[in-house]
Design a protein around this ligand. Structure first.
Ligand SMILES: [Zn+2]
Length: 101
């Protein structure tokens, strides 16, 4: 049995999760070439050793998460939380038309 460390539920049986494959960065849709899309969609490193993987906790919290797994030993090294979006800072207030406030 493979225990996958869900960052929200704790260790869970891999049968309770769905393996989504290697975690790779998505290219920018505005600038990516067809070759970059082909690589992103179809090609994987499939390396022996540590790799970042995406999993879906389908029987627990129903969230996607990324972990690092050693594909040789099935050891998990980290359980990073999903990366939150950058908080948007409010824009600087526009200068008042009358001068100082
Ligand atoms: Zn979970």
């Amino acid at each position: 049995m493979l225990l996958v460390p869900c960052p929200h539920c704790g260790p869970r049986n891999a049968a309770d999760l769905a393996y989504r494959g290697e975690s790779v960065a998505r290219p920018d849709p505005l600038t990516a070439t067809p070759e970059q899309w082909r690589t992103y969609l179809y090609l994987r490193d499939n390396r022996a050793g540590w790799q970042r993987e995406s999993w879906y906790c389908r029987s627990g919290c129903r969230r996607h998460f990324v972990v690092e797994r050693n594909t040789v030993t099935n050891e998990f090294r980290s359980s990073p939380l999903p990366i939150p979006k950058e908080p948007t800072s409010p824009p600087d207030p526009a200068p008042s038309p009358g001068g100082t406030v």
